[in-house]
Write a protein that binds this ligand. Structure first.
Ligand SMILES: [Fe+2]
Length: 439
């Protein structure tokens, strides 16, 4: 009897140790796809919490399921929180895809496969009309626009999604679990169309490590800045945050600036601008806004616009660079509102004409679309719109964009508060692109 009690006592002592073991998680989750800026390709990214192989099985829609197979690699991402949680982030590049064809895939390994997803390989010509959902500032809590975006994405409304910074609020919180949950939430859109991103201020923890490790954007900058082509558009994504988080390296401002300069010069070579005339930029914090926060561009002159003179050497801003390179459209977020600006440069409005301001405008057009929904809710506006502010809305929502052809680009704003009502729309029409268009 005594020996049984002893035995039971040992069991009781041993039990918590057994219970403390984390679950074995080789099941893929947080599946999302991105375009690697290499024609006929797509990158599939997902997470496991135990080490597994990185395999995607796929085929064209209607073909024999999973007849094709591609292997990739995984990297261990250790979150910077106290638990030092480890994630295995898997990346597989599918190449040789048939442009415009639908593909069915699952990802994982013999230790567990994901659900089945599908995507359409991008049309690689410059004569089609890609459609985008565009927004920033969507969180794990209060992601107001997400269900509408899920439905629209799954019925094929979009060819790509642009998320202009600020994810999850914040991905690093609860030792990265908020990031995990957010990436699982967006799987319902991001596993179906390329989910293209740029970093925002909410990604800053541990030197943007959650952002850099979880996404798979083109190039070799860990998704911080890159460009890619789609249809008649060249899209440039960059980090506004290099201007604010100087502890992570002032040199990043200069590295990015030099990269932007080279990229824009390349995109402006006559043979390139002729085939992809639209140059569209996306960065998180806007150069202009008329919000009433304490820390934004209403209160302070924008570092993004004019640079910083308190660094050594002084850091250049981007407004002039973008203007001189004939950037057509600049997409921003950060403010939890929607604001459309008249064509603007140096605080001056340069409408195409009084009747048709967006037909052959003489300066870039700015759109601020950061109202997808997050725990910080809405931002407000200062009472009087600035002379350069064309339309403002505090509704939750997102932007739809279609690059119709070489001369016409369409933008509309969807209000989630008003059950999907389109509350603003413009046609941006340009018979000429490049700096010559401003003359
Ligand atoms: Fe932000």
């Amino acid at each position: 009897m005594a020996s049984l009690c002893t035995l039971l006592g040992l069991c009781c002592l041993a039990a918590p140790l057994v219970l403390a073991l984390p679950p074995f998680k080789s099941q893929p989750e947080q599946v999302h796809i991105s375009y690697p800026a290499a024609p006929y390709s797509m990158v599939i990214t997902w997470t496991t919490f135990n080490e597994t192989e990185s395999v995607v099985e796929y085929n064209v829609w209607g073909g024999k399921l999973f007849d094709l197979m591609a292997k990739g690699t995984s990297t261990i991402f250790e979150d910077g929180g106290s638990e030092k949680r480890k994630l295995y982030v898997h990346r597989v590049t599918l190449s040789g895809l048939r442009p415009g064809s639908a593909y069915v895939y699952h990802c994982g390994s013999e230790d567990g496969w994901s659900d089945i997803f599908y995507f359409t390989a991008l049309n690689e010509t410059t004569s089609w009309s890609p459609r985008f959902a565009v927004f920033g500032d969507m969180g794990n809590e209060n992601p107001q626009s997400l269900s509408r975006l899920q439905k629209e994405t799954q019925v094929g409304t979009y060819d790509a999604i642009l998320h202009i910074g600020d994810f999850a609020y914040d991905m690093d919180e609860d030792n990265g679990r908020i990031g995990d949950e957010f990436m699982s939430q967006i799987q319902s859109i991001a596993a179906y169309v390329p989910y293209m991103t740029c970093p925002g201020n909410h990604e800053s923890a541990y030197n943007f490590s959650n952002y850099r490790n979880r996404f798979s954007m083109p190039g070799d900058t860990e998704s911080l800045w890159y460009s890619w082509n789609i249809g008649p558009a060249h899209i440039v994504s960059f980090s506004t945050e290099v201007y604010f988080f100087l502890d992570y390296g002032v040199d990043l401002i200069f590295k990015q600036y030099e990269w932007l300069k080279r990229d824009l010069e390349e995109a402006n070579k006559p043979e390139n601008r002729k085939t992809r005339p639209w140059i569209i930029t996306m960065g998180h914090r806007p150069m202009y806004c008329s919000n009433d926060d304490k820390d934004d561009c209403t209160q302070f002159e924008s570092y993004i616009r004019i640079g910083r003179n308190d660094t050594s050497p002084p850091a250049p801003g981007l407004e002039k660079l973008f203007f001189l390179n004939g950037v057509d459209l600049e997409l921003w977020a950060h403010e939890h509102t929607y604001e459309r600006l008249w064509p603007i440069y140096g605080y001056k409005v340069f409408n195409g004409s009084a009747d048709e301001p967006y037909v052959n405008p003489k300066a870039p057009v700015h759109i601020i679309t950061g109202s997808a929904g997050c725990r910080e809710k809405h931002d407000g506006f200062i009472p009087e719109p600035r002379a350069w502010s064309a339309l403002r809305s505090t509704d939750y929502g997102y932007t739809r964009m279609q690059v119709l052809n070489h001369t016409h680009l369409y933008l509309e704003q969807v209000s989630d508060d008003q059950y999907g009502k389109v509350i603003d729309s413009i046609w941006l029409v340009k018979e000429k692109h490049g700096a010559a268009a401003w003359l």
